[in-house]
Design a protein around this ligand. Structure first.
Ligand code: PHE
Length: 375
């Protein structure tokens, strides 16, 4: 009798356990610019993150539980991300927060995550201040002092530029930071910033700044901004007869750079985090899986970093053996040689990752890999 009972009870108990785990997913919050001015960033990053979560769930999730990704759109607007982070933490009870691409918006959410002791991983915000917000804030990408140094090296050795004009978006912490981190090593290496001009996010007309730049006859123009303004700047610069190389950082990475800029962005350069043209087996598998899921679309750097951010989080949760904030934080801080799509990820004492950068150019209306620069 007892035996029969047991036989009956066990499958029921097992079924209950499975049902309970499905009802008890590991909730991960994501905040992203899915619409608005930097929609390309949020969309790309989100797709990569989603692919990672699906792959994780297909292989059993973590701690015997599936992951549930709860995504909120900040519409690329300033002032939305802190509210969203609060909502995800108090309403949805997320155990970790993924986001954002743009440094300015990561900076808004970071103090909320820190105060709640919820680990936050920015996939691709490169401004150093982001992780300085606190011990719970991480990133899986390189930071702008490195990107700026590599850009300075690129300008001097590849572009052979001695005199550079600088055009910075003063309303973007990313742009202000990258301008500074480019300038220091560039000048130290013997280069000269002959003129500095400013603009703000959402500006459309750059003729005044470009008219001031033109008579200074720079060897190249550095535009550390986001793709919408960068594309318009290239267009208006070419219209004004400025025909020297124009270059930028990872903020340029979006198909819209070419869509908006057209032939004016031909021959421009920017640094970014990865290239889908890499022959590494891991990258090629990622590109294939991504294309299969998203109608043939090729994943860009934000997608690859979004994917890596979710995978690094899952890896830390597995090692921590719990979703408890402080323990996951410690496991994240101990991340070493994690083999990501964007390279090997080791979290340093400042909660950043030191990685190589990739230089991309626009040729015949397409992005083309130029070189990898090691840190
Ligand atoms: N690094 C940029 C920032 O911090 C965002 C970005 C990352 C843009 C990767 C494109 C590609 O704001």
């Amino acid at each position: 009798m007892i035996k029969v009972l047991r036989a009956l009870v066990l499958p029921v108990a097992a079924a209950c356990a499975i049902a309970a785990s499905a009802q008890n997913p590991i909730k991960v919050g994501e905040f992203a610019s899915l619409t608005g001015k930097e929609a390309a960033f949020g969309q790309s990053s989100h797709k990569g993150t989603l692919l990672a979560i699906e792959e994780l769930n297909a292989t059993g999730g973590a701690l015997g539980r599936p992951f549930e990704l709860i995504t909120e759109d900040n519409q690329s607007k300033q002032g939305e991300s802190a509210t969203i982070a609060k909502k995800l933490i108090s309403r949805d009870k997320i155990v970790a927060l993924l986001g954002e691409v743009a440094s300015g918006r990561s900076l808004e959410a970071a103090p909320i995550a820190q105060n709640a002791r919820i680990p936050m991983i920015s996939p691709s915000s490169t401004n150093p201040k982001v992780t300085e917000m606190g011990s719970y804030v991480f990133r899986v990408c390189f930071i702008d002092p490195l990107q700026g140094r590599l850009l300075a090296k690129f300008a001097r050795s590849t572009l052979k530029a001695q005199r550079v004009a600088l055009l910075t978006s003063v309303s973007s912490p990313y742009s202000v930071g990258l301008a500074k981190y480019f300038k220091e090593p560039f000048v130290e290496g013997g280069g000269e910033i002959i003129i500095e001009q400013k603009y703000s996010e959402n500006d459309k007309d750059f003729k005044a700044q470009l008219t001031a730049i033109k008579p200074t006859k720079p060897d190249a123009v550095f535009v550390p901004g986001y793709y919408t303004e960068a594309a318009l700047i290239c267009k208006q610069a070419r219209d004004l007869g400025i025909d020297v190389p124009i270059f930028g950082g990872d903020g340029w990475e979006a198909p819209q750079l070419i869509e908006i800029g057209g032939t004016a962005v031909e021959g421009t350069y920017y640094t970014t985090h990865y290239s889908p043209e890499s022959t590494s087996a891991a990258v090629q598998k990622f590109v294939k899986d991504f294309r299969a899921k998203f109608a043939g679309e090729t994943p860009d750097a934000m997608s690859a970093l979004g994917y890596d951010s979710a995978m690094v989080l899952a890896d830390a949760i597995k090692r921590a053996g719990t979703t408890d904030g402080p323990k996951v934080r410690d496991a994240l801080a101990a991340t070493k040689n994690y083999s990501g799509i964007t390279g090997s990820i080791t979290i340093d004492r400042q909660r950043n990752a030191t990685k190589s950068a990739v230089v991309v150019t626009v040729k015949d209306g397409k992005f083309k890999f130029v070189e990898t620069i090691a840190p």
